[in-house]
Design a protein around this ligand. Structure first.
Ligand SMILES: [Zn+2]
Ligand SMILES: [Zn+2]
Length: 156
């Protein structure tokens, strides 16, 4: 009787461990369903991850990985947007000045709500065309000023 009870307890423990492992795997590979490859625009896959600015960005296939590797500067703003969209990067300060960013001065660029420090910065960003906005706000220089990448510490 006693032995049986021990066995079943152990069984539950093993089962719990398996569930835990399965959950962990799911989280590690969890990228948003609508995340797009920044090279071709097709759905990004966790199989084609690339280390980027302290986090990971996701592409659609080996060809896109090669294209990205060959022209990182052009793809930088879109890659940085992926870090934000996948919540690996969090905004800390205004991307123009590095000063404290306020939710009262928000401009949505490529679906990302970007906070600026003041009305002038907000106005400047809002007045530009999207291509220029991307350079102004999500170039590596601006991104590193305004965003902190945290997910790399916790993922895997
Ligand atoms: Zn692609
Ligand atoms: Zn400002």
């Amino acid at each position: 009787m006693r032995k049986l009870r021990k066995v079943s307890r152990r069984g539950i423990f093993v089962f719990a461990a398996l569930v835990f492992t399965a959950l962990g795997t799911a989280f590690a590979a969890d990228i948003p369903e609508d995340l797009k490859c920044m090279v071709c625009g097709k759905p990004a896959l966790s199989d084609f991850a690339v280390d980027w600015n302290g986090g990971k960005v996701y592409l659609a296939c080996p060809n896109c990985k090669a294209s990205f590797a060959g022209d990182k500067k052009s793809y930088a703003p879109l890659a940085n947007i992926q870090l934000i969209a996948t919540r690996q990067a969090k905004q800390i300060t205004c991307p123009l000045t590095g000063k404290k960013a306020s939710a009262a001065n928000t401009v949505t660029i490529k679906g990302i709500k970007v906070r600026f420090c003041c009305n002038n910065c907000k106005g400047k960003a809002a007045s530009l065309k999207e291509k220029e906005q991307l350079q102004l706000v999500f170039s590596n220089e601006a991104f590193k000023k305004a965003y902190k990448v945290t997910a790399a510490d916790t993922v895997e």
